[in-house]
Design a protein around this ligand. Structure first.
Ligand code: HEM
Length: 184
């Protein structure tokens, strides 16, 4: 197992354990947040679902990069791995994902913000404001990263904090456990 993958698994385990502990604390301390059934909240729900798929799509690119960056891992994951042909198809697909990432990213953030706006946010369950902050964080540093007038230093910092798979893992765990605390 590569150092990157080991690091990601280690981080995931720790954040998961801490989050589950907090989950049980909230589960005990607060009543379940009731779900509203209004026209707008139904639209909000649909936005949540689209947002989820959009995030999976975005981080699919990260996984593809991780796989492609590590020949050994790629060989184990893809059954009939034959480097030249497979690589070129994946590379072309990855190229498409890279070129469209900014648009997919902005759309995803907009959809998630609409979802939060339409559903309302239980501020006392910290999972929710944390996910909101992380989504805004991704957007802000994504803009700094792609804005052509960004000074080199800011761009470098932006890449460092924006292009992190662990941010996605954190968003996923927080959003999942947070939603378990909402009655439906
Ligand atoms: C929820 C929204 C977003 C997520 C989850 C996200 C995630 C990521 C990740 C994980 C990377 C690293 C590349 C990889 O390994 O996949 C990346 C790269 C990048 N992102 Fe985003 N991003 C989002 C929104 C945005 C937005 C709104 C912009 C620009 C306005 C943007 C611009 C960039 C750029 C320029 C790169 C570096 C070049 C590249 O890898 O394509 N991102 N993003």
């Amino acid at each position: 197992m590569t150092k990157t993958v080991r690091g990601i698994l280690g981080y995931t385990t720790i954040i998961f354990i801490v989050s589950v502990s907090y989950f049980f604390y909230v589960y005990d301390a607060y009543p379940l947040v009731p779900e509203r059934e209004t026209f707008l909240s139904e639209i909000g729900e649909a936005c949540g679902e689209i947002g989820l798929w959009a995030l999976l799509f975005i981080y699919g690119r990260t996984i593809l990069k991780l796989i492609m960056g590590k020949g050994a891992l790629a060989k184990r994951i893809l059954p009939d791995y034959s480097p030249p042909v497979t690589a070129s198809i994946f590379e072309r697909f990855l190229g498409l994902l890279n070129r469209t990432h900014i648009y997919v990213g902005i759309t995803t953030i907009a959809i998630i913000l609409i979802h939060i706006f339409l559903m309302g946010m239980p501020m006392d369950i910290l999972f929710f404001p944390a996910v909101l902050a992380l989504v805004i964080w991704q957007g802000l540093f994504g803009i700094f990263l792609s804005w052509r007038y960004s000074p080199a230093k800011l761009r470098k910092l932006s890449y460092l904090v924006h292009a992190q798979f662990i941010t996605g893992i954190t968003i996923g765990i927080f959003a999942f456990l947070g939603h378990l605390l909402i009655d439906d």
